[in-house]
Design a protein. Structure first.
Length: 308
């Protein structure tokens, strides 16, 4: 469930300010730390390069010299480190019994699940996070950033208000790997879109009579108008049923591929961002699905065994 950011304007209005320990003061980590400090939280910080904590100390944080000291300082412990291996190295030897560990480090679903089991074996509740934002969006409600969290529902419910200060928290399920999986899926959609945008801009960039400032609004509006198709495609993928008679069938789209490739060649643009998708369309048509829309292409990416 998505909560309005107004649910988390400040968590320090009660008798005592919530307290937490935060390990990892890179760009994202520093943004999170500042948001908690601005909300009045009591914050203990640790970073491998100790000097990165100086500015936060000036803003009210307490810096400690070791991960063990940071973990000991509070029940809620949040990590935002380089990778999963660095989380293990940093927390090795610390006493996690009775702690609530929230790991915001970017990693794979398998790493999150393994880290969750690792934490639970040491007596801690665990949440893994996927941050859907860049540092300037942290602590800025109108920016629309949020953080996916999966694992212990009890941990989430206990600390939801505190975790919601930097970014709106969304519970992504009890499987600790689901936040990372959805994070990567969402970013994959972003990169796919940016691939098309990159190719489009390359096509027109060097045309003297086309001004990119004039073309870009057309591109933005076109991409946004196509967004409505995502729900239809998703419904078909969920059902596994791909109806024929699509208004833009794959057979028609695939037949027009040569036009895209020729235009790219004539403009001196590499088609490498488009050709993988075109290859999928061709294969799907060759398998006899030319009257369908694009939803069925997912079957080529996740083939399933045929029933005997």
């Amino acid at each position: 469930m998505t909560h309005p950011i107004s649910d988390y304007p400040s968590v320090a209005s009660g008798a005592s300010a919530p307290s937490l320990s935060f390990l990892g003061l890179g760009g994202m980590g520093t943004a999170f730390a500042r948001a908690w400090l601005a909300a009045g939280c009591s914050l203990t910080v640790w970073n491998r390069t100790a000097g990165k904590a100086d500015a936060l100390v000036a803003e009210g944080a307490v810096a400690v010299r070791s991960p063990a000291a940071a973990v000991a300082a509070n029940t809620l412990v949040v990590t935002c480190l380089l990778d999963d291996a660095s989380v293990g190295q940093t927390l090795e030897g610390t006493d996690l019994a009775g702690k609530d560990l929230v790991d915001l480090t970017t990693g794979t679903p398998a790493e999150a699940r393994a880290r969750g089991a690792w934490a639970e074996a040491r007596g801690a509740r665990f949440l893994s996070g996927g941050i859907m934002a860049v540092p300037p969006m942290v602590g800025v409600p109108e920016a629309g950033g949020y953080v996916l969290l999966s694992g212990s529902r009890g941990l989430f419910e206990t600390h939801e208000a505190t975790l919601g200060v930097p970014l709106v928290p969304e519970f992504a399920g009890v499987d600790a790997g689901h936040a990372a999986l959805q994070d990567i899926a969402l970013l994959s959609g972003m990169y796919g879109t940016l691939a098309g945008v990159t190719h489009a801009l390359a096509l027109v960039r060097d045309e003297k009579e086309i001004n990119l400032r004039d073309f870009t609004p057309r591109l933005v509006n076109w991409v946004m108008s196509m967004a409505s198709a995502i729900e239809q495609i998703s419904d078909q993928v969920a059902s596994g049923h791909y109806p024929t008679g699509d208004v833009a069938p794959l057979s028609m789209q695939s037949a027009g591929v040569s036009t895209f490739l020729t235009t790219a060649r004539d403009q001196g643009v590499s088609p490498e961002l488009l050709t993988p998708y075109f290859a999928l369309m061709k294969r799907r048509v060759e398998q006899g699905h030319g009257d369908e829309g694009p939803a069925g292409l997912v079957e080529l990416l996740t083939p399933r065994p045929t029933a005997p």
